[in-house]
Design a protein around this ligand. Structure first.
Ligand SMILES: Nc1ncnc2c1ncn2[C@@H]1O[C@H](COP(=O)(O)OP(=O)(O)OP(=O)(O)O)[C@@H](O)[C@H]1O
Ligand SMILES: [Mg+2]
Length: 283
């Protein structure tokens, strides 16, 4: 692959939802995404933010081929997804994985969690139960779980541990892009930062790209290289994380910044106190 080429290229993406209506002449649709465009380079994290209902999940679902696209195009490694037809090829389902907000919802409560990983490997053609179990154990260790956790049931694990299982299941397939849709939003603050650090470490090891979706700018700050701001289905601003936090151009971005306690720049007093603390520590 040409390294200057985007891994994911979304162009002029439009998605309409059908609101029903029995007869064709009564059918009503609503536009939830309008002309959305962005790219994600190999190894890059693109943060997508916006308030509830702005179309973030719809964007992720379109990339995962879970939402029907009305217009525009999505290219992955140069291939237009529209050329796939109805059935998504197995290779794309391996290359593009997802981690959602509620890991328990995607795990069978009656299966030991290790099975979620071995089943994923089996679906993708990895032969031999022993081989699959060994790879699952390695994946668990990679995400900071222990081998013994493979035999647990979902109800026996914490939210943070379950999210590690979901990450292990996604990463074990060695994907090139992971759509993380509010992947840390349900976790407490310290678990959030642990999971974000884990995702960043895994990216450094594997070169995977992330489409990292969250409604809170503070959450995406520490993992994103660039950030796109979605408002009512339109991408109103895009920039590097530094640009978005230090020189937001759109009033909506400024409003989002103001609404996120974790993302506010420290006040003068706080900065002074921090400088003094640093100096005291150095003395
Ligand atoms: N299946 C559907 N049919 C009709 N409308 C839908 C459907 N799914 C989502 N919508 C609408 O599309 C819009 C965008 O929804 P989406 O889930 O993408 O927002 P979001 O930015 O992810 O919000 P949140 O932060 O709450 O997760 C919303 O107005 C929503 O009501
Ligand atoms: Mg959503």
């Amino acid at each position: 692959m040409n390294t200057t080429q985007a891994l994911l290229e979304v162009r002029d993406l439009t998605v309409d939802y059908d609101l029903g209506g029995a007869a064709a002449w009564r059918r009503r649709t609503t536009t939830v995404l309008q002309g959305v465009g962005f790219t994600i380079a190999p190894g890059e994290t693109y943060g997508l933010v916006g308030e509830s209902g702005s179309g973030k999940s719809t964007t992720g679902r379109a990339v995962l081929r879970l939402a029907d696209v009305t217009g525009g195009s999505i290219r992955f490694d140069g291939t237009d997804l529209a050329t796939f037809g109805r059935e998504t090829p197995l290779s794309y389902r391996r290359d593009v994985q997802a981690v959602f907000q509620d890991p328990a919802a995607s795990l069978n409560p009656r299966h030991r969690v290790g099975r979620a990983v071995t089943d994923a490997l089996r679906r993708h053609g990895v032969r031999g139960q022993r081989v699959r179990e060994e790879r699952a154990a390695e994946a668990f260790e990679q995400v900071g779980l222990q081998r013994a956790h493979l035999d647990r049931y979902p109800a026996e694990m914490s939210g943070g541990q379950l999210q590690r299982v979901a990450i292990a299941r996604a990463l074990v397939l060695r994907p090139r892009l992971v759509v993380c849709d509010e992947a840390v939003s349900a976790l407490d603050l310290s678990t959030q930062s642990q999971i974000i650090n884990l995702l960043a470490d895994l990216q450094a090891q594997t070169g995977v790209s992330y489409l990292f979706i969250a409604h809170d700018l503070g959450v995406v700050r520490h993992i994103s290289d660039r950030i796109g701001v979605l408002r009512r289905g339109v991408l109103v601003e895009e920039g590097t994380t530094h640009e978005i936090f230090t020189a937001p151009r759109h009033p909506y971005t400024r409003a989002l910044l103001a609404a996120s306690p974790a993302s506010q720049p420290a006040g003068r007093e706080e900065r002074r106190a921090r400088r003094l603390a640093v100096r005291a520590a150095a003395a």
